[in-house]
Design a protein around this ligand. Structure first.
Ligand code: SF4
Length: 329
Protein backbone atom coordinates (compact mmCIF):
# COMPACT_ATOMS: atom_id res chain seq x y z
CA UNK A 1 0.00 0.00 0.00
CA UNK A 2 1.24 3.53 -0.69
CA UNK A 3 2.81 5.01 2.39
CA UNK A 4 3.98 8.62 2.48
CA UNK A 5 4.50 8.60 6.23
CA UNK A 6 6.63 6.65 8.62
CA UNK A 7 4.49 3.86 10.09
CA UNK A 8 3.49 4.25 13.71
CA UNK A 9 6.19 2.90 15.94
CA UNK A 10 7.13 3.24 19.57
CA UNK A 11 9.69 5.89 18.62
CA UNK A 12 7.05 7.93 16.78
CA UNK A 13 5.05 8.00 19.99
CA UNK A 14 7.93 8.92 22.29
CA UNK A 15 6.87 11.69 24.59
CA UNK A 16 3.17 11.27 23.77
CA UNK A 17 1.11 10.55 26.87
CA UNK A 18 -1.21 7.52 26.77
CA UNK A 19 -4.20 9.05 25.07
CA UNK A 20 -7.92 8.61 25.51
CA UNK A 21 -9.51 9.17 22.14
CA UNK A 22 -13.14 9.41 21.19
CA UNK A 23 -13.58 8.21 17.64
CA UNK A 24 -16.70 9.21 15.70
CA UNK A 25 -17.42 7.37 12.47
CA UNK A 26 -19.18 9.31 9.75
CA UNK A 27 -22.29 7.75 8.25
CA UNK A 28 -22.58 6.93 5.42
CA UNK A 29 -18.94 6.28 4.54
CA UNK A 30 -17.06 3.93 2.25
CA UNK A 31 -18.42 1.80 -0.55
CA UNK A 32 -21.19 3.17 -2.77
CA UNK A 33 -23.49 1.16 -5.03
CA UNK A 34 -21.35 1.84 -8.12
CA UNK A 35 -18.20 0.53 -6.45
CA UNK A 36 -19.98 -2.55 -5.07
CA UNK A 37 -21.28 -3.31 -8.57
CA UNK A 38 -17.89 -2.78 -10.25
CA UNK A 39 -16.06 -5.10 -7.84
CA UNK A 40 -18.84 -7.68 -8.12
CA UNK A 41 -18.49 -7.62 -11.92
CA UNK A 42 -14.77 -8.49 -11.69
CA UNK A 43 -15.36 -11.20 -9.09
CA UNK A 44 -18.22 -12.80 -11.01
CA UNK A 45 -16.27 -12.60 -14.28
CA UNK A 46 -13.38 -14.44 -12.61
CA UNK A 47 -15.77 -17.12 -11.39
CA UNK A 48 -17.60 -17.49 -14.71
CA UNK A 49 -14.72 -17.27 -17.18
CA UNK A 50 -11.74 -18.11 -14.95
CA UNK A 51 -8.57 -16.03 -14.71
CA UNK A 52 -7.17 -14.00 -16.23
CA UNK A 53 -9.68 -11.24 -16.89
CA UNK A 54 -8.41 -7.84 -17.98
CA UNK A 55 -9.57 -4.60 -16.39
CA UNK A 56 -8.92 -1.30 -18.13
CA UNK A 57 -7.64 1.06 -15.41
CA UNK A 58 -8.05 0.41 -11.66
CA UNK A 59 -11.58 -0.95 -11.32
CA UNK A 60 -12.06 1.61 -8.52
CA UNK A 61 -9.44 3.93 -7.05
CA UNK A 62 -8.28 1.80 -4.16
CA UNK A 63 -5.01 -0.12 -4.01
CA UNK A 64 -6.30 -2.60 -1.45
CA UNK A 65 -9.23 -3.55 -3.70
CA UNK A 66 -7.00 -3.78 -6.77
CA UNK A 67 -4.40 -5.98 -5.03
CA UNK A 68 -7.10 -8.32 -3.76
CA UNK A 69 -8.53 -8.75 -7.27
CA UNK A 70 -5.02 -9.15 -8.73
CA UNK A 71 -4.44 -12.04 -6.35
CA UNK A 72 -7.57 -13.71 -7.77
CA UNK A 73 -6.34 -13.34 -11.36
CA UNK A 74 -7.46 -9.91 -12.58
CA UNK A 75 -4.92 -8.02 -14.71
CA UNK A 76 -5.07 -4.23 -14.67
CA UNK A 77 -3.96 -2.39 -17.82
CA UNK A 78 -4.22 1.18 -19.06
CA UNK A 79 -4.59 0.40 -22.78
CA UNK A 80 -6.60 -2.11 -24.74
CA UNK A 81 -3.35 -2.87 -26.66
CA UNK A 82 -2.20 -4.71 -23.56
CA UNK A 83 -5.17 -7.10 -23.70
CA UNK A 84 -4.69 -10.31 -25.69
CA UNK A 85 -7.12 -11.27 -28.46
CA UNK A 86 -10.38 -12.67 -27.14
CA UNK A 87 -9.64 -11.98 -23.45
CA UNK A 88 -12.49 -10.93 -21.16
CA UNK A 89 -12.27 -7.15 -20.85
CA UNK A 90 -13.82 -5.03 -18.11
CA UNK A 91 -14.21 -1.25 -18.20
CA UNK A 92 -13.69 0.41 -14.82
CA UNK A 93 -16.38 2.22 -12.78
CA UNK A 94 -15.10 5.59 -14.09
CA UNK A 95 -16.27 4.94 -17.65
CA UNK A 96 -14.41 5.15 -20.95
CA UNK A 97 -14.40 7.41 -24.02
CA UNK A 98 -16.36 6.20 -27.08
CA UNK A 99 -13.06 5.58 -28.88
CA UNK A 100 -12.22 2.85 -26.36
CA UNK A 101 -15.63 1.20 -26.85
CA UNK A 102 -15.13 1.38 -30.63
CA UNK A 103 -11.64 -0.11 -30.35
CA UNK A 104 -12.96 -3.00 -28.24
CA UNK A 105 -15.72 -3.64 -30.79
CA UNK A 106 -13.21 -3.52 -33.68
CA UNK A 107 -11.05 -6.08 -31.86
CA UNK A 108 -14.08 -8.18 -30.99
CA UNK A 109 -13.12 -8.19 -27.31
CA UNK A 110 -15.78 -9.64 -25.02
CA UNK A 111 -16.53 -6.60 -22.83
CA UNK A 112 -18.22 -6.31 -19.45
CA UNK A 113 -18.94 -2.69 -18.68
CA UNK A 114 -18.50 -1.78 -14.99
CA UNK A 115 -19.06 1.93 -15.66
CA UNK A 116 -21.21 3.24 -12.80
CA UNK A 117 -24.76 3.76 -14.11
CA UNK A 118 -24.64 7.31 -12.70
CA UNK A 119 -21.60 8.05 -14.88
CA UNK A 120 -23.39 6.51 -17.87
CA UNK A 121 -26.28 8.90 -17.16
CA UNK A 122 -23.88 11.85 -17.50
CA UNK A 123 -22.52 10.36 -20.76
CA UNK A 124 -26.05 10.20 -22.13
CA UNK A 125 -26.79 13.80 -21.09
CA UNK A 126 -23.58 14.95 -22.77
CA UNK A 127 -24.45 13.24 -26.04
CA UNK A 128 -28.02 14.55 -25.93
CA UNK A 129 -26.95 18.17 -25.41
CA UNK A 130 -24.44 18.04 -28.26
CA UNK A 131 -26.99 16.35 -30.56
CA UNK A 132 -29.23 19.37 -29.91
CA UNK A 133 -26.53 21.69 -31.20
CA UNK A 134 -25.17 22.92 -27.87
CA UNK A 135 -21.50 23.39 -27.02
CA UNK A 136 -20.66 21.19 -24.06
CA UNK A 137 -18.96 22.47 -20.92
CA UNK A 138 -17.78 19.86 -18.43
CA UNK A 139 -17.19 20.83 -14.80
CA UNK A 140 -14.52 18.46 -13.53
CA UNK A 141 -10.89 17.77 -12.76
CA UNK A 142 -8.42 17.50 -15.65
CA UNK A 143 -6.82 14.11 -16.01
CA UNK A 144 -9.39 12.17 -13.98
CA UNK A 145 -10.48 9.06 -15.93
CA UNK A 146 -14.15 9.90 -15.49
CA UNK A 147 -13.54 13.31 -17.06
CA UNK A 148 -11.64 11.72 -19.96
CA UNK A 149 -14.50 9.27 -20.43
CA UNK A 150 -17.16 11.99 -20.45
CA UNK A 151 -15.17 14.29 -22.76
CA UNK A 152 -14.74 11.34 -25.08
CA UNK A 153 -18.49 10.78 -25.52
CA UNK A 154 -18.75 13.38 -28.27
CA UNK A 155 -16.61 14.30 -31.23
CA UNK A 156 -17.26 18.06 -30.84
CA UNK A 157 -14.80 19.98 -28.65
CA UNK A 158 -15.68 19.91 -24.92
CA UNK A 159 -14.66 22.79 -22.66
CA UNK A 160 -13.41 21.69 -19.27
CA UNK A 161 -13.76 24.12 -16.36
CA UNK A 162 -12.42 23.51 -12.87
CA UNK A 163 -12.93 26.91 -11.26
CA UNK A 164 -15.01 30.07 -11.56
CA UNK A 165 -11.96 31.76 -13.11
CA UNK A 166 -11.93 29.13 -15.86
CA UNK A 167 -15.51 30.15 -16.64
CA UNK A 168 -14.45 33.76 -17.19
CA UNK A 169 -11.66 32.60 -19.51
CA UNK A 170 -13.88 30.47 -21.77
CA UNK A 171 -13.40 31.50 -25.38
CA UNK A 172 -17.08 31.40 -26.34
CA UNK A 173 -19.54 34.23 -27.13
CA UNK A 174 -21.94 34.97 -24.28
CA UNK A 175 -24.98 34.15 -26.47
CA UNK A 176 -23.62 30.77 -27.64
CA UNK A 177 -26.01 27.90 -26.94
CA UNK A 178 -24.16 25.90 -24.28
CA UNK A 179 -24.89 23.05 -21.90
CA UNK A 180 -22.99 21.82 -18.88
CA UNK A 181 -22.55 18.48 -17.19
CA UNK A 182 -20.41 17.66 -14.18
CA UNK A 183 -18.13 14.97 -12.86
CA UNK A 184 -20.07 12.86 -10.34
CA UNK A 185 -17.68 13.25 -7.42
CA UNK A 186 -17.20 17.02 -7.09
CA UNK A 187 -17.69 19.27 -4.10
CA UNK A 188 -21.36 20.29 -4.02
CA UNK A 189 -20.47 23.82 -2.89
CA UNK A 190 -17.71 24.42 -5.45
CA UNK A 191 -19.91 23.11 -8.23
CA UNK A 192 -22.80 25.34 -7.21
CA UNK A 193 -20.46 28.37 -7.49
CA UNK A 194 -19.17 27.33 -10.92
CA UNK A 195 -22.71 26.72 -12.22
CA UNK A 196 -23.76 30.17 -10.97
CA UNK A 197 -20.75 31.67 -12.79
CA UNK A 198 -21.74 29.83 -15.99
CA UNK A 199 -25.31 31.09 -15.70
CA UNK A 200 -24.04 34.67 -15.32
CA UNK A 201 -21.68 34.25 -18.29
CA UNK A 202 -24.09 32.64 -20.81
CA UNK A 203 -27.61 33.73 -21.74
CA UNK A 204 -28.60 30.44 -23.43
CA UNK A 205 -27.48 27.73 -21.05
CA UNK A 206 -29.00 24.45 -19.92
CA UNK A 207 -27.75 21.84 -17.50
CA UNK A 208 -28.80 19.39 -14.86
CA UNK A 209 -28.23 21.74 -11.88
CA UNK A 210 -26.00 19.88 -9.37
CA UNK A 211 -27.79 16.59 -9.98
CA UNK A 212 -24.82 14.98 -11.76
CA UNK A 213 -23.06 14.85 -8.40
CA UNK A 214 -24.01 11.39 -7.29
CA UNK A 215 -26.04 10.48 -4.23
CA UNK A 216 -23.02 8.79 -2.59
CA UNK A 217 -20.83 11.87 -2.98
CA UNK A 218 -23.59 14.12 -1.64
CA UNK A 219 -24.36 11.89 1.35
CA UNK A 220 -20.69 11.48 2.33
CA UNK A 221 -20.08 15.23 2.02
CA UNK A 222 -23.15 16.10 4.10
CA UNK A 223 -22.08 13.60 6.75
CA UNK A 224 -18.50 14.85 6.93
CA UNK A 225 -19.75 18.42 7.27
CA UNK A 226 -21.77 17.33 10.31
CA UNK A 227 -18.79 15.32 11.59
CA UNK A 228 -16.58 18.42 11.40
CA UNK A 229 -18.76 20.15 14.04
CA UNK A 230 -17.99 17.39 16.54
CA UNK A 231 -14.31 16.50 16.18
CA UNK A 232 -10.79 17.95 16.51
CA UNK A 233 -9.27 16.14 13.57
CA UNK A 234 -10.65 14.21 10.59
CA UNK A 235 -9.12 11.14 8.98
CA UNK A 236 -10.40 10.34 5.50
CA UNK A 237 -9.67 6.77 4.48
CA UNK A 238 -9.13 6.62 0.74
CA UNK A 239 -6.64 6.66 -2.08
CA UNK A 240 -4.70 9.75 -3.12
CA UNK A 241 -6.16 9.46 -6.65
CA UNK A 242 -9.74 9.09 -5.40
CA UNK A 243 -11.65 12.23 -6.33
CA UNK A 244 -14.48 11.85 -3.83
CA UNK A 245 -12.02 11.11 -0.99
CA UNK A 246 -10.06 14.27 -1.75
CA UNK A 247 -13.28 16.29 -1.64
CA UNK A 248 -14.10 14.86 1.81
CA UNK A 249 -10.70 15.98 3.10
CA UNK A 250 -11.20 19.46 1.61
CA UNK A 251 -14.62 19.81 3.28
CA UNK A 252 -13.05 19.03 6.65
CA UNK A 253 -10.37 21.66 6.06
CA UNK A 254 -12.88 24.24 4.85
CA UNK A 255 -14.68 23.75 8.15
CA UNK A 256 -11.41 24.61 9.91
CA UNK A 257 -10.66 21.07 11.07
CA UNK A 258 -7.28 19.51 10.22
CA UNK A 259 -8.09 16.69 7.81
CA UNK A 260 -5.81 13.99 6.43
CA UNK A 261 -6.31 11.53 3.58
CA UNK A 262 -4.76 8.17 4.41
CA UNK A 263 -4.79 4.83 2.61
CA UNK A 264 -4.79 2.77 5.82
CA UNK A 265 -3.56 2.70 9.43
CA UNK A 266 0.12 2.57 8.41
CA UNK A 267 -0.14 6.18 7.18
CA UNK A 268 -1.45 7.55 10.48
CA UNK A 269 0.93 10.08 12.00
CA UNK A 270 0.62 10.37 15.80
CA UNK A 271 1.61 14.05 15.61
CA UNK A 272 -1.73 14.87 13.95
CA UNK A 273 -3.44 13.85 17.18
CA UNK A 274 -1.46 15.98 19.56
CA UNK A 275 -4.02 17.99 21.50
CA UNK A 276 -6.92 16.13 19.88
CA UNK A 277 -9.51 14.40 22.04
CA UNK A 278 -12.05 13.51 19.37
CA UNK A 279 -11.17 12.00 16.00
CA UNK A 280 -13.64 11.80 13.12
CA UNK A 281 -13.24 9.09 10.51
CA UNK A 282 -14.87 8.87 7.12
CA UNK A 283 -14.03 6.87 4.01
CA UNK A 284 -14.25 7.58 0.30
CA UNK A 285 -16.68 5.64 -1.87
CA UNK A 286 -13.96 3.25 -3.06
CA UNK A 287 -12.48 2.47 0.38
CA UNK A 288 -13.51 -0.81 2.01
CA UNK A 289 -14.56 -0.88 5.66
CA UNK A 290 -11.60 -3.14 6.50
CA UNK A 291 -9.35 -0.10 5.98
CA UNK A 292 -11.44 1.98 8.42
CA UNK A 293 -10.96 -0.85 10.93
CA UNK A 294 -7.24 -0.79 10.19
CA UNK A 295 -7.13 2.94 11.03
CA UNK A 296 -9.04 2.34 14.28
CA UNK A 297 -6.52 -0.41 15.14
CA UNK A 298 -3.70 2.08 14.52
CA UNK A 299 -5.41 4.59 16.85
CA UNK A 300 -5.64 1.88 19.51
CA UNK A 301 -1.84 1.61 19.38
CA UNK A 302 -1.74 5.26 20.47
CA UNK A 303 -4.20 5.04 23.33
CA UNK A 304 -7.58 3.88 24.47
CA UNK A 305 -10.30 4.39 21.91
CA UNK A 306 -14.06 4.67 22.30
CA UNK A 307 -15.90 4.37 18.99
CA UNK A 308 -19.34 5.71 18.13
CA UNK A 309 -21.12 6.22 14.80
CA UNK A 310 -23.20 9.17 13.63
CA UNK A 311 -26.79 8.19 12.83
CA UNK A 312 -26.50 9.46 9.24
CA UNK A 313 -28.56 8.60 6.22
CA UNK A 314 -29.27 5.03 5.24
CA UNK A 315 -28.36 4.00 1.68
CA UNK A 316 -30.23 1.12 0.04
CA UNK A 317 -29.43 1.69 -3.62
CA UNK A 318 -28.30 -1.32 -5.65
CA UNK A 319 -27.41 -1.34 -9.33
CA UNK A 320 -28.24 -4.23 -11.61
CA UNK A 321 -25.36 -6.36 -12.89
CA UNK A 322 -24.76 -6.99 -16.60
CA UNK A 323 -27.08 -9.75 -17.86
CA UNK A 324 -24.12 -11.98 -18.75
CA UNK A 325 -23.23 -12.21 -15.06
CA UNK A 326 -26.70 -12.38 -13.55
CA UNK A 327 -26.63 -16.18 -13.32
CA UNK A 328 -23.23 -16.37 -11.56
CA UNK A 329 -23.49 -17.11 -7.86
S1 SF4 B 1 -19.09 7.60 -6.32
FE1 SF4 B 1 -21.11 7.86 -7.28
S2 SF4 B 1 -20.71 7.93 -9.47
FE2 SF4 B 1 -18.87 7.08 -8.48
S3 SF4 B 1 -19.14 4.89 -8.54
FE3 SF4 B 1 -20.01 5.58 -6.61
S4 SF4 B 1 -22.20 5.91 -7.01
FE4 SF4 B 1 -21.15 5.80 -8.97
Amino acid sequence: MPNDHAPLSDSSLNGAEAKRLKVILSQPRGFCAGVVRAIEIVERALRKYGPPVYVRHEIVHNRHVVERLKAKGAHFVENLDDIPEGAVTIFSAHGVPRAVVDEAVARDLPVLDATCPLVTKVHNEARRYVARGRTLILIGHAGHPEVEGTMGQVTDPVHLVQTETDVELLDLPSDAPVAYVTQTTLSIDDTRGIIAALQRRFSDIVGPDTRDICYATQNRQTAVRELSTLVDVILVVGAKNSSNSNRLREIGEEAGIPAYLIADGSELDARWLSGAATVGITAGASAPEVLVEDVIAALRRIGSVEVSTLPGREENLEFRLPTALADVG
